[in-house]
Design a protein around this ligand. Structure first.
Ligand code: CDP
Length: 210
C-alpha cells in the first residue's frame, strides 16, 4: 500500500473532492495545502497588512474534519470566496510564504499515511511520495465544476467570469518562478474531463494498492 500520496493539478480539477474520499476510504489523513495559502491570503485581505508582516506570526491549523483555523479562528467558509482564490495565488508567489507553508506541510506528512493536494506536492513538498497523481480537466469543465460548487454554497457565481479567473490563476501558478504548477516526471496523469468522481476515486485507489 502506498502511504504517502501527492495530488497536484490546476484549479477545479477535483483534487480536494477526490482526495477527501480516498482519505476516508483508506483511513488516511487528508491535507489541503491550498487551504493554507488561502488562509494567508485571507489574513492579508482582512488586515490590510503586507504579506511579509502577516506571514511572520501566522498560525494555520487543519483539523481531521477538514476545518481550517487561522490564528485560532475558524475560517473554513471564508477562505472559499473568489477574492481569496485570487489572493491565494498572489501570496503563493513569495518564497518566504512557500518556505513557511512547505515546512508545515512536510511536518504534517510525518504523522502517518497521508494524501496531500496542491500544486507543488509531487515536485517540491513531498518529492519522495509513494504515489503522485496529476489531475486535470478542460478549463470549461473545471469552470463548470467551480460554478456548481459556488452556487451550492450560495455565493454569487458567473460562469464566464469563473472561467476567466481560473485561466488567469492557472497561468499565474504555472509561470511563477518558485515551485510552479507542473506535473512531476514520475506522476500519473489523470484527465478527469469525462470521468465521474467515483471513477477517479477508483483509479487512485487502484494505483494506491498496486
Ligand atoms: O481549489 P483550487 O484548486 O481552486 O485552489 P486551491 O488548491 O485551494 O489553491 C489556491 C491557490 O493556492 C492556488 O491557485 C495556488 O496559487 C496556491 N497553492 C500553491 O501555490 N501551492 C499549493 N501547494 C497549493 C495551493
Amino acid at each position: 500500500m502506498k502511504k504517502i500520496i501527492a495530488v497536484d493539478g490546476p484549479a477545479g480539477a477535483g483534487k480536494s473532492t477526490v482526495s477527501k474520499i480516498v482519505a476516508a476510504r483508506l483511513g488516511y489523513t487528508y491535507i489541503d495545502t491550498g487551504a493554507m495559502y488561502r488562509a494567508v491570503a485571507l489574513k492579508v485581505l482582512e488586515s490590510g497588512k503586507p504579506v511579509e508582516e502577516v506571514t511572520g506570526d501566522i498560525e494555520i491549523k487543519l483539523d481531521e474534519a477538514g476545518k481550517v483555523f487561522l490564528d485560532g479562528r475558524e475560517v473554513t467558509k471564508e477562505i472559499r470566496t473568489p477574492e481569496v482564490s485570487r489572493g491565494a495565488s498572489d501570496v503563493a508567489k513569495f518564497g518566504f510564504v512557500r518556505k513557511k507553508l512547505t515546512e508545515l506541510q512536510r511536518e504534517m506528512a510525518t504523522q502517518g499515511s497521508v494524501i496531500m493536494d496542491g500544486r507543488d506536492i509531487g515536485t517540491q513538498v513531498l518529492p519522495n511520495a509513494d504515489l503522485k497523481i496529476f489531475l486535470t480537466a478542460t478549463v470549461e469543465e473545471r469552470a463548470r465544476r467551480r460554478f456548481e460548487e459556488l452556487k451550492a454554497k450560495n455565493f454569487a457565481a458567473d460562469f464566464e467570469q469563473i472561467k476567466k479567473e481560473i485561466s488567469l490563476r492557472d497561468k499565474q501558478d504555472s509561470e511563477r518562478e518558485i515551485a510552479p504548477l507542473k506535473m512531476a516526471e514520475d506522476a500519473v496523469l489523470l484527465d478527469t474531463t469525462n470521468l465521474t468522481i467515483e471513477q477517479v476515486v477508483a483509479e487512485i485507489l487502484r494505483l494506491a494498492q498496486t
